[in-house]
Design a protein around this ligand. Structure first.
Ligand code: HEM
Length: 575
């Protein structure tokens, strides 16, 4: 087989960008541009809007052009690195991360994926991942991911330049302190209870027709639940999306849809001059952004008007039971010495809204998908829930006792990591260490090289996991210690004493559900507790089966792995 060649531009809607539509899903590793959010955004509305993203400067354009050039040139300059040669058909009809897995098995844990002169380094190795994410983290930035997200998240933590990131991370991370997380468990419980009530009401209606079972798209329901939770937890805003649709909710879905669409395109079409005024989808996107930004601006100005300044240590000791607003925004505004302009705050909030919404919804979706196919494990989960909770609601303390549910959440993240790939770009020439299965001496990569860290490959690697494709939450209790692999310390829970959930430290970077190193997810504990509570409350009340066969649930990926047509399930009240 020969190296992939870029096909010629076609005459389709993408043609004005010079991109063959067959290549449009390349960067986002998607098999389809369609998504869960399509309907919500398609029913959107238009509002005349002002610019909400930073002005395009000559400098920006030059930087992008020079990045692209460096990257193109680096393609042929990766020395002796094994090269994946695939057929174009490998890229279509299924998400690219499946092909990246096949090439990993064939070529080893560090290989070059070449597309004509363009090349990416694909890493599926814990030693190299640890090096890039932790040991030499500041020699890499987010590369193409930042290009895609910057118009939406501005200088929020994910796309931020290093200086801004350092400043904001220092302020935001302490916001996720223990008392805040404890206060959040009542938000998780309250919102999950609303979802449960909705299902119970639907079952009552079904009963009136003589039916005990309802059929519904749980992915859609989890998306609403996660949106309501992130709104309350991050900026004390009640989306109420479980029961209603509002312009702000529509705008959030519209923005998410566009973010996903952008992540599935190779060329940044949104940077084409005048596109935002001429292309209807771009106009709608900017209108949606304006609606969200207006809403966030209102919340920020309210929070500032009621500011009660205090030192960070004092804020972390607040009596949350007496606070009307326990949100992260309250914390960020009240923190002494952390004054920041409204625009930065808005970028922070927008980043957390997007980073914390779809990811958690995806965890719940795939957990149910896996459990529905493993009814004995679902029963085991329900037995634990019955013995820990009975008919009571969960709280902060019960999370500690819901061990099996926590392991289900971790195992779901192993099999369906969100996102399946982490993206980096080398800021300078670097020497990657030898991996466990690659070149002993490692490889040199030039500045500008785009690196894909395949979390999916790491999590399903036959070299680190027994029966890697099987759903076995229990595996985390008996992980083998592969200390015969040079440079990798194996699995060892004692490296992370007190951790409630398996993490990258325990696995020495063979398990990366939230990344690792300084850019590790700042909301990991929030998300894990949210998923544990929502799952426990659902299984406490209902039995779940898939409506169709597991094979009929098609996967698509943008930033996260989700289904093409929803996760249609049958729900029945437990006796
Ligand atoms: C199950 C749910 C979640 C998953 C799987 C997840 C996963 C991740 C991963 C893998 C990263 C690292 C990305 C990289 O290194 O390129 C990340 C970063 C981040 N996540 Fe999460 N996340 C989740 C929930 C949340 C929540 C609930 C929030 C906020 C409330 C959040 C906020 C962030 C932020 C701000 C970053 C950027 C951190 C930085 O660069 O300093 N995430 N997330």
């Amino acid at each position: 087989m020969s190296l992939l060649q870029l096909p010629a531009a076609s005459t389709s809607s993408s043609a004005f960008l010079g991109v063959d539509p067959r290549w449009r899903n390349f960067f986002g590793f998607a098999s389809s541009g369609a998504s869960l959010y399509h309907d919500a955004s398609a029913r959107g509305f238009r509002v005349r809007c002002q610019s909400t993203s930073p002005p395009r400067t000559k400098r920006n354009i030059l930087d992008n052009a020079s990045n692209l050039l460096t990257n193109l040139l680096s393609g042929g300059n990766l020395g002796s690195m094994p090269t994946a040669e695939g057929a174009v058909s490998d890229l279509f009809g299924r998400p690219l991360f499946f092909s990246l897995y096949d090439w990993f098995i064939e070529h080893g844990s560090v290989y070059k994926l070449a597309f004509g002169p363009k090349a990416f380094v694909v890493v599926s190795d814990p030693i190299v991942a640890r090096y890039i994410l932790r040991e030499n983290a500041f020699s890499y930035d987010k590369g193409v991911l930042a290009d895609i997200l910057e118009p939406i998240m501005g200088k929020g933590l994910i796309p931020a330049d290093l200086d801004t990131w350092k400043q904001r991370r220092r302020v935001i991370a302490p916001g996720f302190h223990t008392l805040y997380l404890e206060a959040m468990t009542s938000v998780f419980t309250k919102c999950s209870a609303r979802t449960i009530t909705k299902f119970e009401n639907l079952i009552e209606v079904a009963k009136a027709r003589g039916d005990e079972t309802i059929e519904l798209d749980l992915e859609g329901e989890f998306s609403s639940l996660a949106l309501d939770i992130i709104g309350l937890g991050v900026f004390n805003y009640e989306f109420g999306s479980i029961t209603k649709e509002s312009p702000v909710i529509k705008a959030v879905y519209g923005t998410l849809f566009e973010a996903e669409h952008r992540s599935t395109f190779y060329i940044p079409y949104w940077k084409v001059p005048l596109a935002r005024w001429v292309v209807p989808r771009q106009r709608k996107f900017h209108a949606d952004l304006k609606i969200i930004n207006d809403c966030l601006d209102g919340l920020i100005s309210n929070a500032k008007e009621t500011r009660q300044e205090a030192d960070v240590e004092k804020l972390q000791q607040r009596d949350y039971s007496n606070l009307k607003d326990a949100s992260l925004l309250r914390f960020l505004v009240d923190m002494r010495g952390a004054d920041v302009d409204d625009r930065q705050l808005r970028d922070d909030l927008m980043t957390m809204l997007i980073a914390g919404h779809e990811t958690t919804a995806a965890v719940l979706t795939w957990a149910i998908f896996l459990l529905a196919q493993n009814q004995s494990k679902l029963k085991k989960a329900q037995e634990e829930i019955d013995s820990v909770l009975g008919q009571e609601l969960p709280n902060f303390e019960s999370i500690k006792e819901l061990q099996y549910i926590r392991l289900i959440v971790a195992e779901t993240l192993r099999l369906y990591p969100q996102p399946p790939l982490l993206i980096r770009r080398a800021l300078q020439e670097d020497r990657l260490p030898g991996g466990y299965r690659g070149d002993e001496d490692g490889f040199t990569i030039p500045a500008g090289t785009d690196v894909f860290l395949s979390v999916y490959n790491l999590h399903r690697s036959p070299y680190f996991w027994d029966n890697p494709d099987d759903f076995e939450p229990e595996r985390f209790l008996t992980l083998r210690n592969n200390d015969n692999i040079d440079g990798w310390s194996g699995f060892d829970p004692s490296r992370s004493p007190g951790a409630l959930y398996p993490n990258e430290i325990v696995a020495d970077f063979a398990f990366l559900p939230f990344g690792g190193g300084p850019r590790k997810c700042v909301g990991d504990q929030f998300a894990l507790m949210e998923s544990t509570i929502a799952l426990a409350m659902l299984l406490q009340k209902f039995n779940v089966e898939l409506k169709g066969s597991p094979d009929s649930v098609e996967l698509v990926t943008g930033a996260t792995i989700h289904t093409k047509h929803g996760l249609w399930c049958k729900l029945r009240r437990r006796a």
